[in-house]
Design a binder for this molecule. Structure first.
Ligand code: MG
Length: 370
């Protein structure tokens, strides 16, 4: 690891999750457009990687451009593309595939010389299912007939919910559950955290040293760890800081940053690692199963106690150090308390972690309703 260069020059491609990282619905995440422009100027290539299969790359790139993030269609990688590649590797060119989904899947199938159909009696040799707001009972019934007949069944992803302006709504995972319950079968899953999505992003971006950037531990970060690729967790989406501190090994990122401006920082000020319980002027210790966070008096002009005379609420760089120190201490305690393969999350009292984070004023950069 070159510790003297920022992330933009340590890695060749950023594999960027979208919702909660680049945008939130119709709006860009604060600082995202400028940070991505700077990353490009530094020579880093960008790939926009989404589990959402409903829109084809042109529409995703169009939406990004509208909100001020320059993006080309060939920089967008969707779970529909990953699913279509899985099918193309198993089926002869020209094969018919039943689509329980929408335009995004249809475009991805055609790109692989497969033929989308919409009925179980139209001669499909496989079923692919991905989110679309147009999926209703008649299409779920067609999918159920085809899956029950024994055809291969691929799901783009199994995220249970999709964010909407009005809150959580049923996502592809919920719709997959309908066919799973009706047939007793299990689909092959293409999207994060499963390997096909990552492979698709690597193939399309030509990355040799990628950095996965995401806001979710159980899709973005778990997927990166499964692929043994470094990852950056940003705090602009769904992950609450305490979830990071309580995370079992397979959900822990290489780095944590406030938002995409972290791409311009050096790896050493973003690294989170079990056992590294000092970060900046913050120290974390586990004392009788409880987390304690302290700060050197010299660090910020005198406030020896966390929160005393500190900065305005929200996470500043000093507080990010507090979070990194907390992770280093809690992860080490959890790992030494738990046999390999189990979660050691109870090794440190959860309430004490929350209290320490609150005292250090560590909060998500932007609170989300889902
Ligand atoms: Mg996300």
């Amino acid at each position: 690891m070159d510790a003297v260069q920022p992330l933009t020059q340590t890695y060749d491609v950023a594999l960027l999750d979208l919702d909660g990282v680049v945008y939130v619905g119709a709006h860009p995440v604060p600082h995202a457009p400028e940070a991505l422009q700077r990353a490009r100027a530094d020579g880093m290539r960008l790939a926009f990687v989404t589990n959402n299969a409903s829109r084809p790359p042109e529409r995703v790139a169009g939406h990004l451009t509208e909100i001020g993030v320059e993006a080309r269609p060939d920089e967008v990688v969707t779970s529909a593309q990953a699913a279509a590649r899985l099918l193309a590797e198993r089926l002869p060119s020209g094969s018919k595939v039943l689509v329980v989904g929408g335009e995004g899947l249809e475009v991805a199938l055609r790109e692989q010389d497969l033929v989308p159909v919409s009925g179980a009696d139209d001669g499909p040799v496989a079923v692919v299912q991905g989110f679309s707001p147009q999926v209703g009972w008649p299409l779920l019934a067609e999918g159920t007939y085809a899956v029950a007949s024994g055809l291969p069944w691929i799901a783009t992803n199994t995220d249970p919910v999709v964010p909407t302006d009005r809150g959580r709504a049923p996502g592809n995972g919920t719709l997959v559950d309908a066919i799973r319950t009706a047939t007793g079968r299990e689909p092959v899953v293409a999207g994060k955290p499963e390997p096909p999505m990552h492979r698709e992003a690597m193939l399309r971006s030509g990355a040799t040293r990628p950095l996965v950037v995401g806001d979710r531990l159980d899709t973005d970060i778990e997927g990166a760890n499964a692929a043994e690729v470094d990852s950056l967790l940003v705090l602009t989406g769904v992950t609450d800081p305490i979830d990071l501190v309580m995370a079992p090994p397979q959900l822990r990122p290489t780095y944590v940053g406030l938002d995409l401006r972290a791409l311009q920082l050096l790896p050493e000020v973003l690294t989170v690692r079990a056992g590294e319980a000092t970060a900046g002027d913050w120290h974390a210790v586990i004392d009788d199963g409880r987390l304690r966070l302290t700060r050197d008096a010299a660090g910020d002009g005198g406030g020896g106690e966390p929160g005393a005379g500190g900065p305005a609420p929200g996470v500043d760089d000093g507080e990010l150090d507090a979070l990194r120190a907390a992770c280093g201490a809690v992860w080490a305690a959890a790992d030494s308390a738990a046999p390999a393969g189990t979660t050691g999350g109870e090794a440190v009292d959860r309430a004490s972690i929350q209290a320490a984070l609150d005292a250090a004023r560590i909060t998500r950069a932007s609170a989300r309703a889902y």
